[in-house]
Ligand binder design. Sequence first.
Ligand code: FNR
Length: 347
Amino acid sequence: MTSKLFETYTLNDQISLKNRILMAPLTRCMADDQLVPTDAMAEYYARRADAGLIISEATIIRPDGQGYPNTPGLFTPEQITGWRKVTDAVHANGGKIFAQLWHTGRVAHPHFFDGDKVLAPSAEKVEGTVPRMRDLSYITPTPATHEDITQLVADYAQAASNAIDAGFDGIEIHAANGYLIDQFLHYDSNKRNDEYGETPQNMSRFALEVIDAVSERIGAERTAVRLTPGAYFNMQADPRDKAVFDYLLAQLELRTLAFVHIGIFDDAMEFDFLGGRVSDYVRANYSNTLVGVGGFTPQTGEQALRDARFDLLAIGRPFIANPDYVEKVRQGKPLTAYSEEMLASLV
Ligand code: FNR
């Protein structure tokens, strides 16, 4: 019954996938104190190399992008060398891996880096405290100047270039889940009145500048993007956000990116202002390769591919619980259920 999941898929003339199951990006906070990937991380990813494509855990492009402890980076020679061990191990097992490039914007915290401010589109603070570090409260961010924005775009492009040097097959720009790029795309966090705010075109500008700079550096066919039109994490949805994503998706349709990936925990969530599920909204506005995610079993994922709701299926938590997820599904074996205690170690 699960044959669609195991069909090959051609992303473009550079990259083809041996099946349609992606390992979703999963932050594990297990890099060393210099944010260098460890040997244990290389083994963890290598065990999952039978996925059609692995997306790495979110990886920060520069120090002030850090919002959680021990998240890996891609901005020092040691980090590039550490990632090289990961990509070599994945490739040795016949897999492919993209790096997810991350800047947390207003969700960053100076506790993690040398500095006293965090950058975001506007001085709109997130309520609450840093997960895993509950004594750290989020601070009011500093609105990024035009100079800051130019530097951020350059730093994304440099991190993408570093990813290719580290042996990654491509990169996914993390423009989802309430982090820096997503903060420009929603009215809740973007209160600017310059050319990066107020209108769908302006609010999409930073995302498109990053996407275009990265594409120019490493090739559009190696560049993917993850988006969260339905805000659900560190962000309030606003019905006006739909026009921003209508514009952005129309712009992405004109580019030849590797894929667009939806950022959400549960695909069944419905958003009135988007007319229902985020995946259906994006599918209606974007006709190239789309990756769906969020709460899928092998059976419901297979059905979604058959119904052409999206082209590739990303699997998150079940991949933490089952390093051999792909083989178990292929053989119809029962899966181990995910539980949060599993986050304590890299299996
Ligand atoms: C995530 N998710 C996530 N998303 C992302 O874009 N970058 C990341 O680094 C992470 N990190 C992360 C860590 C952990 C522990 C979880 C559980 C989730 C979201 C993830 O990619 C995926 O969208 C969700 O887990 C929903 O898919 P599943 O788990 O229902 O298959």
